[in-house]
Every structure is written in structure tokens, then in C-alpha cells.
Design a protein around this ligand. Sequence first.
Ligand code: FMN
Length: 344
Amino acid sequence: MRWIDTLEAAAAEKLPEPLHRYFRQGSAGGISVGEATAAWNAYRFRPHILTDVSTVDLRTTILGTPVDVPVLVAPSTMQRQADPDGEAAMSAGVAAAGSILGVSSNAGTTFAEISAAGAPWWLQIYVVKNRDITLHMLDAAVAAGARAVVLTADTPVVGRKEDDGPTVWEVVQPGHLLANLDENDYPPEDLAKADDLGPDVIGWLHERTGLPVVVKGVLRGDDARRCADAGAAGVIVSNHGGRQLDGAISTARALPEVAEALAGTGTEVYVDGGIRRGEHVLAALALGARAVFVGRPALWALTVGGSAGVTRLITDLSDELAHALRLVGCPRLSELSPDLLARR
Ligand SMILES: Cc1cc2nc3c(=O)[nH]c(=O)nc-3n(C[C@H](O)[C@H](O)[C@H](O)COP(=O)(O)O)c2cc1C
């Protein structure tokens, strides 16, 4: 059995049940979370033969930052429940693999500690009703060295979770959330997510931070173009790991439309959701993604193996990708194309 496939069960042994459930669950009826990996499995390759595959190079650049591998870590909450060092341990693991880390707005570790742990990192921002709170967090992230802002755009309201038993919010240890925000300074309504955002928020975020803005949660070509026209440097094709609109199209199916819409614009495309194997990464890159993000597997790896576990996860997936690149007869990332996939 692959080590990656053992991780969730091993993490379940270590985590309180509500936390394990929170990491694993999707929203509502669990349709989108349930079909994410199956949608990647449904692709079929048209491999080349008789090509020189003796050298495979996984290095690339992501918004100008060199990385050793095109497998990045998605922003997620509750990392200090998985490991006492939380996002700092995640960052150290990501750094050792030569990758990039997305850091949640709700991180339980300060931006300064995350930066000190070594990985290049992007701040994921939820714009909230009181824009002063958002601005304060953006300024803190810039000061600590964030390299990009990821605007999560699929969350005007938080997806409904159907919990049996106590929720994670009842077991989370005090002080393990929102390390970069003093929530006591504000009334709860100020912290609610903004539900009136338009594309102009992209320019607003860029002007305030001077950083490239990546829009997360894009599932349609027309929206991708709206983001690019508004100045987005990148988009993440994502349905939030099936945690927002249940029944939202799988990212494996949405990616081709988004990549086609952005072809030639210079706006980079990334994808997340259900990516668990090197072959899934290969399909994503062939369809036009510059890199993929993994969410839950990184949480399981952090829980089970700390920073070394995170490094191993990224390295194992990258080794599988290198192997698949050889077998598909196309060892250079820059030469991958949708032609390597059979029409569905
Ligand atoms: C426990 C958990 C917490 C998450 N927290 C955030 C978050 O704070 N901000 C965000 O933009 N996405 C968040 N996500 C979504 C991830 O960034 C990512 O889109 C998703 O996990 C990818 O799917 P995968 O888990 O199948 O790889 C979270 C996901 C999980 C599983």
C-alpha cells in the first residue's frame, strides 16, 4: 500500500473525532467531496512511445518563484490541532521539498513564525465586512514576507456542514486559531465574510499589498476571464475541497474550460481538489495547470509525521509524477499539452 494511502487512517488514530471529521468532510450531502478524486481517475492518457525520457526535470517557476516541484500546499485552518507547531511545521516541511505554502487567514501561527520556518508563502485572504480587519492582516502579511495574496472567492457564506456530534469549534484549543488577528477587538458582525465583492477587489488587494493576486475558487471560463481582466496574476480552479457549494462541478472537469479561457493571457492557472496521485498531477499539468495544490493529504501528513511527513508527501507525489512523465513519453513540463489526454 502506498504511504499516502495510509495517512488518513493513521491520522484518525491521533486526532479527536470532531477534528478528523472536520478535516475530511465536505458540505451538505458530500457530493462534490465524494467525486473529486474519481473525476481525476476518469482521465485516460495517450502516451507517446520512442521518445527520450532519460532526464525528467520537475523544476518550474510559480509567479516567478522557483520551485523544485509543481506540487504546492493549499491553505487550511486548524494546523496547530494537527501538530503543536502548526503552520511553522508545515512551512518547514514544504521548504524542504522546495515547494510553496498557502497560509490560511485563520492560521494559528503568526506570519513571522511561518516566514522564519523557511517556505515561500502566500497569504490566503477572506475579505470580511469590516475592511479595516482585512487591511490590517494584509499589512502584517506583507511585512512578514508573503509573496502573493490568494483571494478566496467562493465563500460569501460558509458552506453548511452536517455534523453528527460535537463540532470542531467545541474542541479547538484556545489560542490555536486566528493568530494574526485580535478578534476580541471587533464585534462578530465585522468578522463576517464580505458578500458584496466584485472583480474590483482584485485591484484593491494588489494596490494595497504590491503583491500578485491569485483568485481561488474559479470554476468557469467566463469568471476566469473576468479575474484576468481585473488584474489577477493567477487563478486556482477549486471547489474548496467540496466544502462550499455541494454539487459544484469537479475541478478535474472545470480545469479545461478555465485553461482555455486564459490561454495566452499570462495569467497562471493552478488547480486543487482530490489530487492524490502522480497521474492526477500529470493530467492537471497536461490540461494547462502550472501547478497543483493538495489540501487534506498535507493535513494528514502533518498529523502523522510533522514537517518530515509533509516533505515526504510532496516528494512521494513528485516521484510519482516523474515516473508518469516517463511513461507518458513527455519528460518536460513545458511540453505537456491536452493532446496527451483522450477526449472524454
Ligand atoms: C480542514 C480544511 C480547512 C480549509 N481551510 C481553508 C481556508 O482557511 N481557506 C481556504 O481558502 N481554503 C481552505 N480549505 C480548502 C483548501 O485550500 C483546498 O481548496 C482543498 O482542501 C483542496 O482539496 P483536497 O483537500 O481534496 O486536496 C480548507 C480545506 C480543509 C480540508
